[in-house]
Design a protein around this ligand. Structure first.
Ligand code: FMN
Length: 202
């Protein structure tokens, strides 16, 4: 196994619920004999997409901001990884701003996908997993926008988003860690993700 899965923790708060979700997913992977890289995506500032349209015609659909931040290195990890995991809080019924800016910068992949460029079309379909947490204990539409956005973003990297793990009523930094049932669900999801990956490549 040369390429490791990548786990992106997307909160702006360190050592909170999203970080905990990533750690639990990683523990699950390790319990099945695997390993993964963890990126604290929420700690990185990204230059926003300026909608210049240059990625439509540039070499390998590269973004004009490619050298200005870490976005491209994280996209490359997504392209290389056998599977990915995203954990994120809900901010105002959506994804946190840094994560959303990272997603918007993925416009280059939308262009590459639609142009049939081999950088995307040569990829095999891979899986993504995710856990989102929200402070409010109720709310039918709490995760709707965030889930749809993540699913569409990943599609252009030829990554399929599995049914997300969604937890309401998780607000204080330690709430997820204190809930054994919810923690176990994430741990088991990581364990199964690694086993599924092994089965698909045996
Ligand atoms: C700016 C901001 C906006 C938020 N908006 C919502 C919201 O719309 N609905 C909700 O249920 N919780 C909302 N929350 C609460 C977070 O989703 C919740 O505290 C979550 O557990 C934070 O995860 P973290 O520990 O990974 O940062 C918001 C929190 C912040 C800081």
């Amino acid at each position: 196994m040369d390429r490791l899965p990548v786990l992106f923790s997307c909160s702006h708060r360190r050592s909170g619920n999203s970080d905990r979700a990533c750690e639990l997913f990683l523990q699950g992977i390790r319990s099945a004999g695997g390993d993964a890289k963890m990126i604290h995506l929420g700690q990185y500032d990204f230059v926003p997409c300026h909608a210049c349209g240059k990625c439509r015609t540039s070499r390998e659909h590269r973004c004009v901001h490619i050298k200005k931040d870490e976005a491209q290195s994280f996209y490359q990890m997504m392209l290389d990884a056998p599977f990915t995991f995203f954990s994120s809080p809900i901010y105002f019924y959506h994804l946190p701003s840094r994560f959303k800016t990272f997603i918007d910068r993925g416009q280059w992949a939308w262009e590459a996908f639609n142009a049939g460029h081999p950088i995307i079309s040569d990829l095999v379909q891979r899986n993504a997993y995710c856990c989102m947490v929200a402070g409010r204990p109720t709310g039918e539409k709490l995760f709707q926008g965030a889930e749809l956005t993540l699913k569409v973003f990943l599609k252009f990297f030829r990554i399929k988003l599995n049914t997300p793990i969604l937890f309401k009523g998780i607000d204080e930094a330690g709430d997820l860690g204190a809930d054994n049932y919810k923690s176990d669900k994430i741990f088991k999801s990581g364990h199964l993700a690694w086993k599924t990956h092994l089965e698909n490549h045996s």
